[in-house]
Structure formats: C-alpha cells, structure tokens
Design a protein around this ligand. Structure first.
Ligand code: GDP
Ligand code: IMO
Ligand code: MG
Length: 425
C-alpha cells in the first residue's frame, strides 16, 4: 500500500523518524514539497542524520529516493547532503531521482529572503532564510525561473541567468540598496551543479506511475505541517508551498486516491518556529520545560521553538482538510514529570465558542483556548513497547486526544530512536 506521512501542526512533528520507520516496508520514498527549510531528523543507533532536501528513506539502503516537481531544490544543500551521506558510507547518487520540473533555489533567492525579512523588521515572518518564498514566487511568476531541466543546456541557461541576474540586481539595489550579484559566479556554480546532478534528473511523474504499475510501494514524505500551508495555514505566517496533505497531488503528479493511507504526525504538545499566532503557546516555565526536555531547537536554523499545549482544534482541522486516516503522536515521553496537562478542546473568540480552526491570522490571534485538564505521569517511557504498559494517566492522555481529534492514534513515540515507538493496532 502507498502511504503519505504529513505534519498536522507547525512542522517538526517527527516526520523524519516515522518516514524512516515506514521506509523499511517501502521501495520508494518521495519528497513532494518544500525545500531546504525542512529539517528531518533520523536517529539510527548512535548516529543522527538531519536531512533537509533528501527524503528520509536515504538512510535505508535499497530505497529509491525521489525529489519530485513540487520541491524547490537548493543544489548546494543537496550536494552537501549527498557528500555528507557518502562520508558516512551511504551511497545515494545511484538511487536518487530529481524531477526535471523541480525549481532551483539559487543565491539570489536566499539573498532576497534575507533582505526582505530584514526590511520587514518587526513584521517579519521569521523564515528559515533558505530562499523558499522567493523561489516559489519566481515559479508562479514564470518569467524568471530556473528548473532542473535547464541544467541540460548550459548556453541557454547562461542567457536566462543573464536576464534574471540583471533583473534581480536592479530590484535589490532599488529596494534595499544591495550590492550587485555576479552572473559569472552564479553561472559557474550552476555548471558545477549540472555536472554533478544531471545524472539524477528525470521525469519523476512517469517514474512514479510506472513503478506503481509494477507494484512498487511508495511512501510520500510531507515537509513542514498543515498549519504552515500557503492556502490553508495561518497566512501570512506560513511557508510558500501547500504543506498540508493537499500538496501531494500537485507536488508529484500522483492523485490522492492512489495513496492508501494518510498518516498525520503530531507531537503530544505543540511547537512553532518563527512568527504567527499560536493560541496554546506557553511562553512561561511550562513552555521552557517542554523545550528543554524535548530538545525543541530548530533542526535547520537552531532557533528555540515556541512550545505549548496540544491543540485539538488545530489538529482536527488539519486532519479534516488532509483526509487523515491515522495519527502518529510523537514525544509522549517528553511530557513525563508534569503534574497536570492541558489539551485545548475549543476556542473562545469574541465571546463565541468554536471547535473549527480559523486560519485567518488576526482571528486566530484573538482566540482564547478552552482547556481540558488531565493528570500527568512520572518516569521514563522510552522502554515501553505495548500501549497497555503505559502509566494509566499517559494512556488516558492519548485517549483524550484521540476522542477530541476523532482520528485513531495508531503509533505513539516514546523517544527519538527508531525503536522507541508503540504500535497500536
Ligand atoms: P520533522 O521535521 O517532522 O522530521 O521533525 P524534526 O526532526 O525537525 O524534529 C523532531 C525532533 O524530535 C527530532 O529531534 C527527533 O529526533 C525527535 N523525536 C522524534 N520522535 C520523538 C519521540 O517520540 N520522543 C522524543 N523524545 N523525541 C522524538
Ligand atoms: P519541517 O519539514 C518548522 C516555518 C519557518 C517560518 C515559516 C516560513 O522540518 O517540519 P520559510 O523558510 O518556509 O519561508 O519559513 O515556516 N518553517 C518551518 N517550521 N519546520 C519546518 O519544516 C519548517 N519549514 C518552514 O520557521 O515560520
Ligand atoms: Mg523539522
């Protein structure tokens, strides 16, 4: 069966770990959206891998990794990952396919991301500065875009880059007083990227359909989380792709009906990096405790993550728009030691109570959480593999969340390692 793993909160739910676990039973793992803004952690024994563009199946020998058309590819980051994996004895080049239609993130995208955020000052989005927004903007704008297929004809690419760099330099100078970027430097980098990556560039839509026809099992790896979705998240405090499950079809050319199961990832609490409304945020000692116990620091930027209680209003919205079949809840172990826990079951907005998540940022900023309070538990859960062996209050917590979000919780994480999970049903 083909499966899709997708974040239901604001990212960093533990997708890397769950994809790595499920990749054991998959032939192909596909990244279909986002770019090097993602940071997916996979821990195998004592080894820790932080993957940004590479599908998390990369660490499983024999798995084919596909970077589909919906991803914005920063070749510098990708080559860094390829070389980093090679140094650790993992050959990926021979089993990596990159869509010819995937758009390319170049230096001027990263420069623009930073210049724009600096200019926004207090109103900044808090992006990862990886050039994601500017690259997707060029994709929609069409006239100044570079795709992986453009690496096939370097003369044509030179002409195209000349036009693009002239345009970008004019705009950056006029708006931000920025120093001009050099065409020759950007072009030489592209030549290097083309030399190294052209062997992987292909029609991945065709590859995926032919593979599925041949009975191969495909695992689709979401990036970011549904609440960061460009259309359905907390705009403008979102990323620039459809990071919910809805991004799958456009991101790789495979319709949702060919995916047997959508698995939504959550943490047992909530986190968010960057700016934007976060109703259940605990900007206090509780949030600090969760951050320290859960090592809640960004995998990509190292920024401290904002932490808060589990928000069932937000997650049931993400599950609903994504057609989520099952939920995997990570980090249950992190909550041990708290005397009592709160779960947000509804919002009060201007005196009215609602259980439907308003993604409008100003409406959400006005939302006040209505909580259910449950007892906490003590002790280390990381050795537990059977749901029935969990402390009664930990079980009750999972069941309370399940009841509120109305989707079965089939997997519970009790530690960062591959083995530290409880399968339920
Ligand atoms: P992703 O972006 O969704 O892949 O998540 P990240 O890798 O950015 O962040 C998740 C973090 O939680 C990583 O450091 C993981 O190693 C860690 N992690 C995943 N599952 C668990 C779990 O069940 N318990 C604990 N304590 N850590 C976990
Ligand atoms: P993974 O895949 C958490 C956030 C940024 C910022 C907003 C826009 O590891 O879950 P961008 O650079 O995309 O323009 O930033 O989105 N963001 C993430 N937060 N995890 C991620 O990815 C994220 N990718 C982007 O912090 O608030
Ligand atoms: Mg992450």
């Amino acid at each position: 069966m083909n499966c899709c793993v997708v974040g239901l909160q604001w990212g960093d739910e533990g997708k890397g770990k769950v994809v790595d676990i499920l990749a054991a039973n998959s032939d192909i793992v596909v990244r279909y959206g986002g770019g090097a803004n993602a940071g997916h952690t996979v821990i195998i024994g004592d080894e820790r891998f932080a993957l940004h563009l590479m599908p998390s199946g990369a660490v499983r020998p024999g798995t084919t990794c596909v970077i589909a058309n919906g991803v914005v590819v920063d070749p510098e980051v990708l080559l860094g990952e390829i070389d980093g994996l090679a140094k650790r004895g993992i050959d990926i080049l021979s089993r990596l396919l990159i869509s010819e239609n995937a758009h390319v993130v170049l230096d001027y995208h990263k420069a623009e991301d930073q210049l724009r955020e600096t200019a926004l000052g207090r109103d900044k989005i808090g992006t990862t500065a990886r050039g994601i927004g500017p690259c997707y903007a060029d994709k929609s704008g069409r006239s100044y875009a570079v795709r992986m297929a453009d690496f096939r004809d370097m003369d044509a690419l030179h002409d195209k880059l000349e036009k693009i760099v002239t345009y970008k330099n004019t705009v950056f100078h006029a708006l931000y007083g920025a120093e001009p970027m050099r065409l020759d430097v950007i072009f030489e980098k592209c030549r290097h990227y083309a030399d190294r990556l052209s062997c992987c560039v292909t029609n991945t839509t065709r590859y995926l359909h032919e593979s599925m026809d041949a009975g191969k099992r495909v695992l689709f790896e979401g990036a970011q989380g549904a609440l960061l979705d460009l259309d359905h998240g907390t705009f403008p405090f979102v990323t620039s792709s459809n990071a919910s499950a809805l991004g799958l079809g456009a991101g790789c050319g495979v319709p949702a009906k060919m995916v047997g199961k959508f698995i939504g990832l959550v943490k047992a609490y909530s986190t968010r990096v960057g700016a934007g409304p976060f109703p259940s945020e605990q900007d206090n000692a509780i949030g600090d405790l969760i951050r320290e116990k859960g090592h809640e620091y960004g995998t990509t930027t190292g920024r401290p993550r904002r932490c808060g209680w589990f928000d069932a209003v937000a997650v049931s919205y993400s599950a609903r728009i994504g057609g989520i079949d099952e939920i995997a809840m990570m980090h249950l172990d992190t909550l041990a030691g708290l005397k009592e826990l709160k779960i947000c079951r509804s919002y009060r907005i201007a005196g009215d109570e609602t259980t439907f998540f308003p993604c409008d940022a100003s409406e959400l900023a006005a939302a006040e959480c209505v909580y259910e309070t449950v007892d906490g538990w003590e002790g280390d859960l990381s050795h537990i593999r059977d749901f029935n062996d969990l402390p009664e209050t930990a079980k009750a917590y999972v069941l309370a969340v399940e009841k509120l979000v109305k989707v079965p919780i089939s997997l519970v994480g009790v530690g960062p390692k591959r083995s530290e999970v409880i399968f339920r049903g």
